[in-house]
Design a binder for this molecule. Structure first.
Ligand code: PMP
Length: 433
């Protein structure tokens, strides 16, 4: 660590030093590293404080998991009540589990039944397994730059577009990696060509309907085309709505685009930061899971439907059902996107602003990116320099290559004003470095 960090971030740096001894890389997930050492201590609403008492306006949102804001009162109260009531029984089903499943079925257009999981990765893992069981095929189509969890069955490295890519990162079962075929997002022709050649092998296409992990939006016809191709070739279409679900609106991207996937995975915003995820779909598929008497597809988990997770999800969805959460998110998101466009112009930096609803991103490129190959040509070093300038000035956005930022329901117009004022200064500083 640079010496100046020891003086400015004394306690954070001390914790980092302790962590380096006992946590590999000092982080519990591979994308938590920041340029300056930050050890978060607490958070409230749109604000987060580190152990040195430094305040950040939080537009990181824990990788899009925080949607209402930190320690949101309804969620905090539900968690406290549940902690004193029932955390986990591991038998039968609680009324709250049924209530949550009823909510998911009511809100998500393609859902007839729902199963809970502790993480988005668990949900995509089971969705892919179910697709293989339904179709009796092994291969999965995914899209370059999309992320569905680090398990063997959806992970290909980000830049291995096409079928000729290397098998996978260390430790990934090569036999599993060979079943994952990566296409370019928005390249429907390539998908059609693939299905024409290998349709008999393909169990499912899994897609982020808006590829927020790659800062890409679907071109008109792309998602419709995927729906048609998968149906024609007897494969399932899986919408991975772990980011889009409950963030765009209660019905997710499928409601927005009017497209009905076969299976849908949900997570992140569902629990407003508490680990809870779901897999939803029609009864004819979902009933194959081993939770039913004749189900043959393995499905279990000690923490599936954990009391705290379910309480957080019911409280989060309750707020969204009662209050204009998504209107607020969209309005502030629009303000952020418009403001960033102006700032980039003002600073004479070629830029494209992507995102929708609460999510926004400022990409330093001349032309709106269509595919992940386009994203890879964005000026990443300027992006990282800009993000680090933002973080240094107390605006927390992911200081990671080309990753999205977002507002929550707790952010105010004044917070957006402050973020935009800071963006102006940060972009000038990054540009002039
Ligand atoms: N799908 C998508 C679209 C995601 O963005 C992520 C996480 N970034 C996952 C799945 C995996 O979810 P989790 O981290 O909760 O396992």
């Amino acid at each position: 660590i640079h010496a100046q960090h020891y003086t400015r971030y004394t306690e954070s740096a001390t914790i980092l030093q302790r962590a380096l001894k006992v946590i590999p890389g000092a982080a519990n997930s591979w994308t938590r590293w920041t340029d300056i050492p930050i050890s978060p201590a607490r958070a409230q609403g749109a604000r987060l404080w580190d152990v040195d008492g430094r305040e950040y306006l939080d537009f990181h949102g824990a990788f899009s998991a925080i949607v209402l804001g930190h320690a949101y009162p309804d969620v905090a109260q539900a968690l406290t009540d549940q902690a004193h009531g029932l955390v986990l029984a591991g038998i039968g089903r609680t009324p709250a589990e049924v209530e949550l499943a009823e909510r998911l079925v009511r809100h998500i257009p393609s859902a007839e039944q729902a199963l809970l999981a502790p993480s988005g990765s668990d949900a995509t893992y089971s969705a892919l397994r179910l697709a293989r069981a339904v179709t009796r095929r092994d291969c999965i189509v995914k899209f370059a730059g999309s992320f569905h969890g680090p398990h063997d069955y959806a992970l290909r490295s980000a830049n291995d577009a096409g079928e000729g890519g290397t098998v996978g990162p260390d430790g990934v079962l090569s036999a599993a990696a060979r079943t994952v075929i990566t296409c370019e997002y928005n390249d429907l022709e390539a998908v059609a060509d693939l299905f024409a050649r290998r349709g008999e092998e393909i169990a499912a296409a899994i897609v982020e309907p808006i590829a927020f992990n790659a800062s890409l939006h679907p071109e008109p016809g792309f998602l419709d085309g995927l729906r048609k191709l998968t149906t024609e070739h007897g494969a399932l279409l899986i919408f991975d709505e772990v980011i889009t679900g409950f963030r765009l609106g209660l019905g997710g991207a499928q409601a927005q685009f009017g497209i009905t996937p076969d299976l849908t995975t949900l997570g992140k915003a569902l629990g407003n930061g508490v680990p809870v995820a779901a897999l939803v779909g029609p009864e004819r598929h979902m009933s194959r899971f081993g939770t039913t008497p004749h189900g043959t597809v393995p499905y279990s988990g000690t923490h599936n439907g954990n009391g705290l997770a379910v309480a957080a999800a019911n409280a989060t969805l309750g707020v969204m059902e009662r209050e204009p959460v998504h209107e607020h998110l969209a309005r502030l998101g629009d303000r952020m996107r418009a403001g960033l466009r102006e700032i980039a112009q003002d600073c004479d930096v070629p830029a494209v602003v992507t995102g929708s609803a609460s999510i926004y991103n400022l990409l330093f490129t001349d032309t709106p990116p269509r595919t992940f190959a386009d994203i890879l040509s964005v000026d990443e070093s300027l992006f990282l320099a800009y993000r680090n300038e933002m973080v240094r000035r107390g605006i927390l956005e992911m200081p990671l290559p080309l990753m999205r930022a977002q507002v929550t329901y707790s952010h105010t117009d004044a917070d957006v004003d402050r973020a935009l004022e800071t963006a102006q200064v940060a972009l000038r500083a990054a540009r002039d470095q």
